[in-house]
Design a protein. Sequence first.
Length: 274
Amino acid sequence: MKGDEPKASEQLTRLVQAIGNSSKYSHVCDDLIVNIGIRELTRHKSYREALKSTKNKLHQVAGAYFVKRPNYNRWLEELKDARRCDDDALFKERCTKIMSLHHSSRERLKELDAFYAGIFSSLPPIGSVLDIACGLNPLSIPWMPLRPDARYYACDIYHDLVDFLNEYMDLLSVQGEAEIRDVTQHPPEMPVDLALILLSIPCLEQIDRSAGEFLLKSIDARFLAVSFPVRSLGGNPKGMRGHYTRRLYNLVKGRGWDVQELDFNSERVFIIRK
């Protein structure tokens, strides 16, 4: 680094502040920005290039998945209105409308009943769930055949999304909470029956190639439901089903875990019994 440039620590502070002040990424957790920022400052000669590359990486791993800017306040009012009407069908309809605004849950909506019926049919009664890099997936709770006393934990990188999900779970009277977390560095430690890691490993491995292996090894769950996309965001299959099947088996190789495959139009799911 040139002598007249700020020290690396000063550049990192400047980068984190710049991204935190941007409208698109102001709600992203600082841990993730620091994690990516350190890597990009190391890779690029100039601060400007590192800042641009950090923003691009944040878009790839998170920003690209929202169909449009979330309106959490309006969504909560619509959900509260449905609860006041005591209309379960209306509540689920509004959940699906919201989930359609995030690519990770959008395609799954076409087969949501079959998706969760398939996952849970091969499992014992589930009393605790951990939803990793959850996006809007906790809005699928009404479709999950959980035990009545089940606890649901979720984590994501957006502060405003996490706040919305906590209010949503309060609305459902679901035990548990959502929290902000960069799982590539600090995976949750609580023991659970089932961990959902849906469509997130490819995104996490854009930050750190070892993130998938680290996460599967670290999560304290009896069962893991891990899914991978079968098409790109643009709808192109690109051989993704075979590619990610090979990736999953490489991740669990030598661990002695039992793996069951489930195929859906939206994604391929692997049920792992540790």
